[in-house]
Design a protein around this ligand. Structure first.
Ligand SMILES: [Zn+2]
Ligand SMILES: [Zn+2]
Length: 272
């Protein structure tokens, strides 16, 4: 397989994606993708703004089973999950998981989304008394917690930067920021099968840089980690968004191979 034949971080309209599972599968088959990994946002009791409901989770499983019959021999649809730290889903019950942190818990005890919109990130920042670096430190501690659950893929490692494009919340070059991020990366080493190079923030116009930042991807290479290219696709048109650029980025950071999932859901290497 090549890295253009597998895409494993994809959302449908059963969570916050735009297209149905059937539309995602049709788009995947039309462009020669062999393995479409759907990774709906896991049911997370405190937040119904973007996750699958219990009912939609059941429909998701049924629809994926139906699509695998329809596309047998042409396309495999893996039944994955983007598993959030606060989800009540069992990661072991899915073909694979993308483990993600989407929240920081502030000093008040309130859990704030770091990526939903500027208002939620501002509320987190205010909860930390305007200390954006403390907020980032809390975020990376959450990422390390997710990694300890041993998801297949560790999702959008530095998502906290999504809405910080103008640097208004914290300085991404500050030693405190870098130290916290590197500590989480080191905690993840040996615990996850792959770190994703996620093009979703670029696809949606939030940032010009993929997740994770170069200093993190280079360190991941030094730690002996593997990578997987993902689009965090929320539309059928975005299944392989900027995969060639992501591959070049991985190579520039020292990688010559990436992980793909095959039709049986097993890990394989492909050349970059
Ligand atoms: Zn996510
Ligand atoms: Zn996602």
């Amino acid at each position: 397989m090549t890295y253009l034949e597998c895409t494993v971080h994809c959302h449908t309209n059963l969570c916050d994606g735009k297209n149905t599972p059937a539309e995602m599968a049709a788009a995947a088959a039309a462009q020669g993708i062999k393995v479409l990994g759907l990774s709906g946002h896991s049911h997370t009791p405190h937040d119904d703004s973007y996750c699958m409901t219990v009912e939609n989770t059941a429909r998701y499983r049924e629809e994926i089973a139906r699509l695998n019959e329809e596309y047998a021999g042409r396309l495999t649809v893996l039944c994955g999950l983007e598993w959030d730290q606060w989800s009540d889903e069992n990661p072991a019950e899915w073909d694979y998981t993308v483990g993600s942190a989407h929240y920081v818990t502030g000093p008040s005890g309130i859990r704030h989304s770091v990526d939903h919109n500027l208002e939620t990130l501002q509320a987190a920042f205010d909860d930390f008394g305007g200390d954006g670096l403390a907020m980032a430190e809390m975020y990376f501690a959450a990422v390390a917690d997710v990694a300890r659950q041993r998801p297949t893929v560790l999702g959008h490692f530095d998502l906290i930067k999504k809405l910080n494009g103008d640097g208004r919340f914290f300085d991404e070059n500050h030693p405190r920021y870098r130290t916290a991020a590197l500590a989480a990366l080191e905690a993840a080493a040996g615990k996850v099968q792959a770190l994703e190079i996620n093009t979703g923030g670029v696809a949606r116009g939030y940032r010009e840089e993929f997740y994770p930042a170069p200093f993190l991807l280079k360190r991941w290479k030094e730690l002996g980690g593997e990578v997987i290219l993902t689009a965090d696709a929320h539309t059928a048109a975005g299944l392989l968004f900027a995969f060639d650029r992501a591959a070049e980025y991985a190579k520039a950071c020292g990688f010559d191979r990436a992980i793909v999932l095959n039709a049986r859901g097993q890990l394989e290497f492909c050349k970059l």
